[in-house]
Design a binder for this molecule. Structure first.
Ligand code: CDV
Length: 322
C-alpha cells in the first residue's frame, strides 16, 4: 500500500478583533476548497484560527471573555467547515479556544477526519506570556490568564490521512520551541506533526535586541530540528499580517523527516501551500541515527523531568582536578 499523501498548510491572514467567526469560517472553507483543488488530503489551519489572537487583549473578568471560546464543536458557526470537509473528503486540523462544560479553558487543537469525527485532541502545554496585566509591556500576551496548561500530555494516534494512514501528533505554537515535546511525540513514532502558530514579528518582552529576521529563523529552526531529530513530517501554519495594528509573521512551512523545507508561504495573507509526503521516508531516521531503542540513554536524562529551571554549574578553578 502506498504511504503517500498531499499535505496542505492553510495560512490565514489577519482577523480583526471586531470580525465574527462567520468571516473566518468563510475564508477557511475557501482555503479548504483551494487545498482540495491542489490535491491535498489534509489541511492544517493556524492556532486559535476562528478569532483574532485575543490573548493580546486584557479582560479583568474572565466571564466577559466567553465569546472568544468554543463551547461545542461543531457549532452553528463552525458547521460549514465540517460540512466542507465531508463534501471534499478532506481531513483538517483546527486550533481554537476551548471552554469545557465544567468551565475550564484550554488552547486546543483537533485533527478531524473527513467524516467529522475528532480523531485526536491536544491542549497546549507550553503557554507563553503572563497572567496579570503587565504595564511595562507594549502589547500583552495573556495566554496564562486565558488558558490553563493542557492536561492531555502529547498524544499520538494512527489515523487515516487520505488513502493511507499516519501516526499523527499535534503541537501548538510555543510548543514547537521545546525539544521535550517533540521527543515525547517521537517516542510514539509520530510521522506527521500538525501545528498552528500566532507569532508577533517583534519580541514584545522588550528585554533586549532581537533581529526581526531571526524571529522567523528561530521558528523554522525549531520545526526543522523537531522533524529531523524525530524522523517526521510537520505542517506548521501561521496566522499572518496585521491584526488591529499588531503584526504576526507568516512563513508557514511544510518540512520532511530530513528537516528540509518542502514548501513555504510567501504572503502575509490567506494562502495555501502543499507538498507530497511519503511516510515510508520516516523509517530511515527512525532505524538509523535516531533509532531510540539502540541509542537513547534515559539514565542520563533525569534532569529533564526532575528539574524545571536551569541551575548554575559548579565553578572550576585552575589547579583543581575535575
Ligand atoms: N502563541 C504563541 O505561543 N506565541 C509564542 C510567542 C509569542 C512567544 C511563540 O512561541 O511563537
Amino acid at each position: 500500500m502506498s504511504r503517500k499523501t498531499v499535505l496542505a498548510a492553510a495560512q490565514l491572514g489577519p482577523i480583526q478583533r471586531a470580525e465574527g467567526r462567520d468571516v473566518a469560517v468563510g475564508r477557511m472553507v475557501r482555503l479548504m476548497e483551494k487545498a482540495h483543488r491542489m490535491g491535498a488530503e489534509v489541511v492544517v489551519f493556524p492556532e486559535l484560527a476562528l478569532t483574532t489572537f485575543f490573548p493580546r487583549w486584557y479582560e479583568e473578568d474572565l466571564n466577559k471573555a466567553d465569546h472568544w471560546y468554543e463551547h461545542a464543536l461543531p457549532s452553528n458557526e463552525t458547521a460549514p467547515l465540517f460540512e466542507a470537509a465531508r463534501k471534499l473528503g478532506i481531513g483538517f486540523h483546527l486550533g481554537y479556544a476551548e471552554k469545557t462544560p465544567d468551565g475550564r479553558r484550554f488552547n486546543t487543537a483537533i485533527y478531524v477526519h473527513p467524516s467529522g469525527e475528532v480523531a485526536l485532541k491536544y491542549r497546549k502545554v507550553h503557554l507563553p506570556g503572563h497572567k496579570e496585566y503587565d504595564p511595562v509591556r507594549k502589547v500583552q500576551h495573556l495566554e496564562k490568564r486565558y488558558f490553563e496548561p493542557g492536561d492531555l500530555g502529547f498524544p499520538v494516534v494512527r489515523a487515516p490521512v487520505g488513502e493511507t494512514e499516519a501516526n499523527i501528533g499535534l503541537l501548538i505554537c510555543n510548543d514547537r520551541r521545546w525539544p521535550e515535546a517533540w521527543r515525547v511525540l517521537g517516542l510514539q513514532q509520530v510521522e506527521l506533526v500538525m501545528l498552528g502558530y500566532n507569532t508577533p514579528s517583534l519580541n514584545m518582552e522588550n528585554r533586549g535586541f532581537e533581529a526581526h529576521h531571526l524571529r522567523v529563523e528561530h521558528s523554522h529552526l525549531s520545526v526543522r530540528a523537531g522533524c529531523y531529530q524525530n524522523a517526521c513530517y510537520a505542517v506548521a501554519t501561521a496566522k499572518a499580517g496585521t491584526e488591529d495594528g499588531h503584526e504576526l509573521f507568516g512563513h508557514s512551512i511544510i518540512v520532511n523527516p530530513q528537516g528540509e523545507l518542502l514548501a513555504q508561504a510567501t504572503s502575509w495573507d490567506d494562502e495555501v501551500i502543499v507538498a507530497e509526503a511519503d511516510f515510508t521516508r520516516c523509517e530511515l531516521g527512525r532505524t538509523t541515527i535516531f533509532d531510540f531503542a539502540r541509542h537513547r540513554r534515559p539514565e542520563h536524562y533525569g534532569r529533564i523531568t526532575e528539574q524545571v529551571g536551569s541551575e548554575a554549574p559548579p565553578l572550576w578553578k585552575p589547579g583543581q582536578s575535575s
